[in-house]
Design a protein around this ligand. Structure first.
Ligand code: B1M
Length: 794
């Protein structure tokens, strides 16, 4: 039986358990590369595989988790290591005594470097790295591909696309979540399901990081929405570090209890991750091999998402129409020269006004639309968590939008023309998107509702034929202009009512109704309300328009969707305050504060330049930038924003600080005799350097020569540099409780090597007392205190 058939059967599929801990038991040292150890010791690897197979695993993972071109040391290629890993697994299968069906899966883990915007690795580069692994896995003859322990949805998407586009093998895709129910980069399990399931994998699930008890709520969530077989490979509990080793505290019996709970939720693929071994797998196999799996049949609800936000189309939703150069001159001009500021502004503004989804259209004659779409999408999704609708009449642009979108998007649009059905729908299917379909064909837009419904039926049939679900089709019965085609305008609403009966969703660009008439808002809002009553699901409107949003909110109250009028009250109880905000009377300081919190780099730069005309640098730093970052920190802690957004805020501050730095150097004499050398560094393990950089600017401005060693600086590097340069004063920065330990170590080593050296320390986690406790001579609460210290010592 092939794996795909197996997955359709009633039987549970059992994976193996941990590889790393098993290799450690057999001689792998801490810090040693497991893939290389296994490559050099194939007998050990074969023995581990055999133990898992004999314990009852149906499917074993090749020892290739970290086998990518960035991680492997010189002398070892991805091809060589994968080939050997697969052949060793195959030998183990041959020699195993188990009479179960047995398969080999190519194991693919994270690259080890973060993909943009969190890291610097491009999406395309990540794709190429995974592609190389997939190609060799296929050549070596694996039966399936397992992509596991992913923490970033974007990286997962790159891996899945690499697997799909370069093989026909079954794909199992699992991500790793923390106890707060999100991945390390903030991705929701629901976002993983909607995005990855759409891409056409065979099974989906979770692995690593938590034990079965902590994983259960996450597994339940996945089981309640997924349409696929679900896989879980938990850790043997939460690890405790003892003598530098991770100790896992859950016994095989307890693990089995967890497995049974997973299966009650509908999980049908089981294995073990860190800390588990053949004993765990044997117990699972002995106890559940003959248990029928509980197939889940969830009602399918169409949804789109970013990694951080899922928008279910289970009630009328707003698609913000503003990122579209037609009629917005600034946007058009900016797109022509490759600028993205205005598009970002529109994205933020519409999200703040209540858009559930943002449409992105960059169609300007004479520009490279595909490139522009990719750039805008990347910028928007680095800052905003609102899901996207990609709008273009150009197929390449649509595909680019779908490919680089981090999450699940809507395509705008397909229509009843043969060409569109043959080209757009396959793209929608490939990227697992939803699709807006216009009821027009080679003969244009039919006048009568029956004919529009006929086209809708044709589109639905064709979409379903290639595997697009009805629920993911949003039929647009097309708004006609009342001033020109008054008789046909109402036909749109009639068609919508009929189309709704076909089990699809509907959408409309509303404002076209009033073109050429005065008081357009009156017509637009009346039409919107009528359309909503005819079954409109996605209203493509300007969310900044209060009358339109008011009509939407009112409709939801009257229709009993907004229970207890909660949203309506929430939105309108502070109407007066809102008016004040809209009138643009906010002062400059709070604007820069908000710009930083939102993380808009370019605006931060411009606003800082503007502010420097009236305010001094210290005021901007101490009263605006640092409090804004504090706010960002709070939001991060509360789970309101996630790592990518925190990075964008940090970038905004950096660009603002850059302007401040330029301004300071303009106002300071150029040639000055140095008052002495100072080493600055953010300690090992810590990458926060904004505070340290501010201290550097200030010290330089006061005439000191700063040797900046950067961030995440090892103890040895600081000591060596201090010795080499005969330094009298060193400044260390640390921002995390965990890295204060490195600070202590650095101070200890510095003092040991250069007993007379003076050290000052700073960073938000420190206090005066604590600074002395870890051996520092001075504590610098801020940049000004650092200057006072430098004056004393130098
Ligand atoms: Co992170 N981060 N961060 N972060 N980050 C904090 C510090 C955190 C408090 C946020 C939170 O949870 N509330 C938290 C630490 C919790 C703790 O241990 N107590 C945290 C975490 C957990 C993390 C990650 C682990 C998140 C993750 O990945 N899940 C990760 C860590 C990675 C690592 O370091 N290994 C991480 C990553 C990041 C970003 C990359 C996104 C970004 C840093 C970008 C960069 O620096 N290049 C970032 C940011 C921006 C923050 C917050 C929001 C802001 C820090 C900052 O720059 N403040 C921060 C929350 C907060 O502090 N409110 C947070 C402004 C800066 C001017 O202040 O550095 O204190 P500060 O400097 C002051 C003074 O302290 C003093 O002078 C400066 C000016 O007055 N000072 C010195 C500082 N150093 C000095 C040295 C001196 C003298 C004075 O002499 C040498």
């Amino acid at each position: 039986m092939k794996i795909r058939e197996y997955l359709k059967s009633n039987r549970v599929l059992i994976f193996d358990g941990a590889m790393g801990t098993m290799l450690q038991r057999n001689g792998l040292k801490m810090g040693e590369n497991p893939e290389i150890f296994a490559f050099e010791n194939p007998d050990i690897l074969k023995d581990i595989h055999k133990k898992y197979l004999d314990a009852g695993s149906n499917i074993i993972l090749t020892c290739t988790f970290g086998c990518n071109e960035l991680k492997l040391p010189n002398g070892y290629t991805v091809e060589k290591v994968i080939e050997k890993a697969v052949s060793t697994a195959r030998e183990a299968i041959k020699e195993s005594k188990s009479d179960k069906e047995k398969f080999i899966a190519l194991d693919i883990g994270p690259i080890g470097e973060m993909v943009e915007p969190i890291g610097t690795l491009s999406f395309d580069r990540a794709y190429e790295i995974f592609k190389r692994e997939v190609i060799r896995g296929v050549k070596s003859g694996v039966d399936a591909i397992v992509i596991e322990t992913m923490m970033d949805l974007y990286e997962m998407k790159a891996a899945v696309l690499a697997a799909k586009e370069n093989s026909n093998l079954p794909i199992f895709a699992t991500m790793t979540f923390d106890e707060d129910g999100r991945s390390f980069t903030g991705c929701l399990p629901e976002s993983m399901v909607y995005t990855i399931e759409g891409l056409g994998v065979d099974a989906i699930g979770v692995n690593c990081s938590l034990g079965p008890i902590q994983l259960l709520p996450i597994v339940k969530k996945i089981c309640s929405i997924s349409q696929l077989p679900i896989m879980v490979k938990a850790n043997a509990g939460l690890p405790e570090i003892k003598n530098g080793k991770a100790i896992y505290n859950i016994s095989p019996q307890e693990y089995l209890k967890g497995v049974k709970k997973f299966m009650e939720c509908g999980v049908s693929i089981i294995g073990g991750c860190c800390g588990t071994d053949p004993e765990y797998i044997k117990l699972i196999s002995d106890n559940i091999s003959n248990t029928d799996i509980r197939r889940i049949k969830n009602r399918y609800i169409s949804a789109v998402c970013s990694p951080y936000k899922v928008v279910k189309i289970d009630e009328p939703k707003v698609v913000g129409e503003r990122i579209n150069p037609t009629g917005i001159k600034i946007l058009k001009d900016e797109l022509m020269i490759g600028k993205k500021d205005y598009a970002i502004k529109l994205a933020i503004e519409q999200t703040n006004s209540g858009a559930d989804i943002l449409e992105v259209n960059v169609g300007v004659a004479g520009i490279n639309e595909k490139k522009s779409m990719i750039e805008i999408i990347k910028e928007i999704q680095a800052i905003i968590d609102t899901p996207l609708q990609i709008d273009s009449s150009n197929l390449e642009t649509l595909e680019a939008g779908l490919r680089y979108c981090n999450g699940r998007a809507i395509v705008n649009s397909a229509n009843g023309k043969e060409e569109s059905l043959n080209t757009v729908l396959p793209l929608v299917k490939k990227y697992g998107a939803c699709v807006v379909c216009l009821t027009l064909d080679e003969n244009g837009i039919p006048k009568k509702s029956e004919d529009r419904v006929r086209i809708a039926k044709k589109i639905i049939k064709r979409a379903e034929k290639i595997g697009i679900r009805k629920e993911d089709i949003y039929i647009d019965c097309l708004t006609l202009t009342v001033s020109a085609q008054q008789e046909e305008a109402y036909e749109t609403l009639k068609a919508m009512r009929e189309v709704k009966k076909l089990g699809v969703k509907t959408t409309l660009g509303v404002s076209n109704i009033s073109f050429g008439l005065p008081n357009r808002q009156a017509l637009n809002s009346a039409f919107l309300t009528l359309a909503l009553d005819a079954g409109l699901d996605l209203a493509i409107i300007n969310p900044n328009n209060e009358i339109m949003m008011g009509a939407m909110l009112s409709y939801k109250v009257i229709k009993n969707i907004d229970k207890g009028c909660t949203k309506f009250i929430e939105n309108y109880s502070n109407l007066d305050d809102k008016k004040e905000i809209k009138s643009g009377e906010k002062d400059l300081e709070s604007s820069l504060f908000e710009i930083v919190v939102k993380g808009v780099k370019e605006d931060a730069k411009n606003k800082t330049k503007e502010m420097l005309k009236n305010y001094d640098e210290n005021y901007i730093l101490d009263e605006i930038l640092i409090p804004a970052l504090d706010e960002v920190g709070k939001k991060f802690e509360l789970g309101e924003i996630f790592l990518p957004q925190m990075i964008q805020s940090a970038e905004a501050v950096k660009s603002s600080v850059e302007v401040i730095k330029e301004n300071l150097s303009l106002n300071t004499e150029k040639k000055r005799v140095s008052k002495g050398d100072i080493i600055l560094a953010t300690v090992e393990g810590d990458i926060h350097d904004i505070g340290k950089n501010i201290v550097k600017i200030m010290l330089e401005n006061y005439g000191y020569n700063v040797i900046d060693l950067g961030r995440d600086v090892s103890v040895d590097k600081v000591v060596e540099k201090a010795v080499e340069k005969n330094i009298k004063l060193v400044g260390l920065s640390a921002l995390m409780t965990t890295t204060v330990k490195s600070m202590e170590k650095t101070i200890f080593s510095l003092k040991k090597r250069i007993p007379n050296i003076k050290i000052f320390v700073g960073g938000a986690v420190l206090t005066e007392d604590y600074a002395h406790e870890i051996g520092a001579d001075f504590y610098a609460k801020d940049a000004k205190s650092a200057i006072e210290i430098a004056k004393i010592i130098l």
